[in-house]
Design a protein around this ligand. Structure first.
Ligand code: AR6
Length: 178
């Protein structure tokens, strides 16, 4: 099970590198200074080139749970949506709400720029330490709710590791049989 339909939007799942996805908008798991870093952030800036960082510098920053749009530079996408997930610190510091907000705001910003297909990495589950299974549940809940009010044709979850693939497959399957 790698596909779910919510209202008019397809939620799809692929394993691989987000930078090569053929979509209108790619979401980046950034830091609040928008300064670049490792993980998916490093991969997007490397593949997209310096125009993305130049625009990040002009914007200046983005608080956790929010999202901002830049060019996608050399990527085939038209937009990079930089969002900032929470750093996991046990789960009682508002992490689920911030993670849900990061997904929702990313979709709102993408839709405001006319993007109809949007690819997400598994935000906060690398350097920021968010447990992968909890993050997948929150991601699916947040996206399912947000797309109802937006003109988005497809949300693609792009997972990197085999563990993430299994976690998302299970979570999507559970929702498909609800
Ligand atoms: N395509 C798809 N997913 C990827 C890729 C890729 N090319 N590379 C890594 N992942 P992380 P965070 C997965 O650490 O936890 C950065 O330094 C990775 O396996 O990139 O939100 C920023 O600048 C993991 O599942 O993001 C921030 O400082 C997921 O992407 C900080 O890390 C997210 O891992 C943000 O940490």
């Amino acid at each position: 099970m790698t596909e779910l339909t919510v209202d008019k939007t397809r939620l799809t799942l692929v394993q691989g590198d987000i930078t090569v996805q053929q979509v209108d908008a790619i979401v980046n798991a950034a830091n609040s200074a928008l300064r670049g870093g490792g993980g998916v952030d490093g991969a997007i800036h490397r593949a997209g080139g310096p125009d993305i960082m130049a625009e990040c510098r002009r914007i200046g920053g983005c608080p956790p749970g929010q999202a901002v749009r830049t060019t996608a530079g050399r990527l085939s996408a038209n937009h990079v949506i930089h969002t900032v997930g929470p750093v996991w610190s046990g789960g009682d510091a508002g992490e689920p709400d911030l993670l849900a907000s990061a997904y929702r705001r990313s979709l709102e910003v993408a839709a405001a720029h006319g993007a109809r297909t949007v690819a997400f990495p598994s935000i906060s589950t690398g350097v920021y330490g968010y447990p992968k299974d909890l993050a997948a549940e929150t991601a699916l809940d947040a996206v399912t709710t947000a797309v109802i009010n937006l003109d988005i044709d497809q949300v693609r979850f792009v997972v990197f590791g085999d563990d993430d693939l299994e976690i998302y497959q299970r979570a999507m399957q559970a929702r498909a049989s609800e």
